[in-house]
Design a protein around this ligand. Structure first.
Ligand code: ARG
Length: 439
């Protein structure tokens, strides 16, 4: 890979990770996978047009560290241009490009060019890639009277893909379909990706776009969606555009064909390595995720699992008798106990006794989902944290106020009677330790 591009990627990674462990762990995790099942990367036509070198550098970097993504590209803008040059009108019905017979050679040429452009750009960066313009997507004509030569997916053949991966080349597939009779037909890129993903069952599906993620109402990238708990919020969000809703529905449908461990990432070529190798990522990570449960009954809680979660999260174990001494208000926990908020009471005041997240759940948006439910449930809330705890940066962004008391910083939010504050802060700082070093 070109030295400058590798350097740039490594520098970007270094400046965005918390420690080297993070990158190493992700690299280990991804390397253990059968490489033809690691990731399907969908590239839109606009990225090919505007950011071909960035795209090639990002893909080649993955290859350099021993990973083998499978690339699928569309070519919307390229097709529009080629068809208009050929004097063929581009019309869409139900989001499908109506394709007269004479458009097929034009489409083949335009997609073929885009395909070669990607492969050449990867080779220019010193990577290895294989052109696979046809031979993967089986299709049958959808309804020739309405759509012309548009196919719907009928099967996926992985021979060429597997051969490329075995030969340590990045397979680059164009979205062109072939009928049983060997005739080329136009297929929708999203449908092609869905069929490929269903057949391959990859660990990651990555959409490389120019925006680099899904945007919220303010135009900021949404870091993660945990569909199991975010669905209601999304359904009622008025700011979501029709196009974005379609995208989310499409992602959800993709995830439903995959194991729970698989995820979808939407990022830019530039953000790709950071998205893959750091907890925080750079883009939007979408998972089917876990439901979030509120448990108020002491005996319905799996205390062993909760204590294991606390120990994994803090590197310290709850003191003996923790579960019995706790004045439990409720536990807000993900269904597999990978993130939790333990809410206690001090008289009438809600007190966050523990906020714990598994290392391997960081970056998934689970902690954020639990936190949202926590502050919804407890608009007025107090908590404390060791003054040197790195999570405090997050707590400072969430609290209305904080005060340092020796080793502890006490935080609060939503307090309407500030006269209560000093007494409570003293009381909270003086609460006994609840965690001990593990022998
Ligand atoms: N690197 C991890 C992964 O690929 C976490 C990514 C988190 N990304 C995010 N946008 N929150 O699974």
């Amino acid at each position: 890979m070109s030295e400058a591009a590798t350097r740039a990627t490594i520098l970007r990674l270094l400046s965005h990770m918390r420690d080297g462990k993070e990158v190493r762990e992700y690299l280990n995790r991804f390397s253990k996978l059968d490489q033809s099942r690691f990731a399907v990367v969908k590239v839109g036509g606009a990225v090919i047009r505007d950011d071909l070198d960035g795209l090639a550098a990002a893909l080649t970097f993955l290859q350099t560290v021993g990973l083998s993504p499978i690339v699928v590209h569309g070519g919307g803008p390229q097709l529009d241009e080629a068809l208009s040059q050929a004097g063929i009108e581009s019309k869409k019905v139900n989001n499908l490009r109506v394709t007269p017979r004479e458009a097929i050679p034009v489409i083949r040429e335009a997609l073929g060019k885009a395909n070669i452009a990607i492969v050449d750009a990867i080779r220019d960066q010193g990577g290895r890639a294989a052109c696979i313009p046809t031979g993967v997507f089986g299709a049958r004509l959808l309804d020739e009277d309405v759509y012309g030569r548009v196919g719907e997916m009928s099967g996926v053949s992985l021979d060429l893909v597997d051969a490329a991966v075995r030969g340590e080349e990045i397979p680059v597939l164009a979205c062109l379909g072939e009928t049983g009779a060997g005739e080329l037909v136009n297929i929708n890129a999203d449908h092609a990706v869905a069929a490929l993903v269903e057949t391959l069952q990859p660990y990651k599906v990555i959409f490389l776009t120019e925006t680099g993620g899904l945007l919220d109402a303010d135009g900021t990238i949404i870091s993660a969606l945990n569909l199991a708990s975010d669905r209601d919020w999304l359904a009622s969000a008025e700011w979501i555009s029709g196009g974005m809703r379609l995208k989310i529905d499409q992602i959800q449908a993709l995830l439903e064909t995959l194991p729970l461990t698989s995820s979808v990432a939407i990022t830019s070529p530039e953000g790709l390595s950071q998205e893959l190798f750091t907890h925080a990522g750079a883009g939007t990570l979408v998972r089917r995720g876990e439901r979030i449960i509120h448990e108020t009954q002491h005996d319905k809680i799996d205390w062993d699992r909760l204590e294991a979660l606390i120990e994994a999260s803090f590197g310290k174990a709850p003191v003996k008798g923790y579960r019995d001494q706790l004045a439990l208000d409720r536990l807000i926990v993900t269904e597999h106990y990978r993130a939790a908020a333990v809410v206690g009471r001090i008289d009438e005041v809600l007190y966050l006794d523990k906020f714990a997240v598994m290392e391997d759940a960081r970056g998934e948006g689970l902690a954020r989902a639990v936190w949202h439910q926590l502050v919804d449930y407890a608009p007025r809330l107090y908590w404390r944290s060791k003054t040197l705890n790195p999570i405090n940066q997050f707590y400072f962004s969430q609290c209305d106020g904080a005060v340092r008391k020796g080793d502890w910083t006490v935080f609060w939010r939503g307090e309407d009677d500030i006269s209560r504050m000093p007494g409570l802060a003293d009381h909270i700082a003086a609460l006994p330790e609840t965690l001990v070093a593990v022998p």
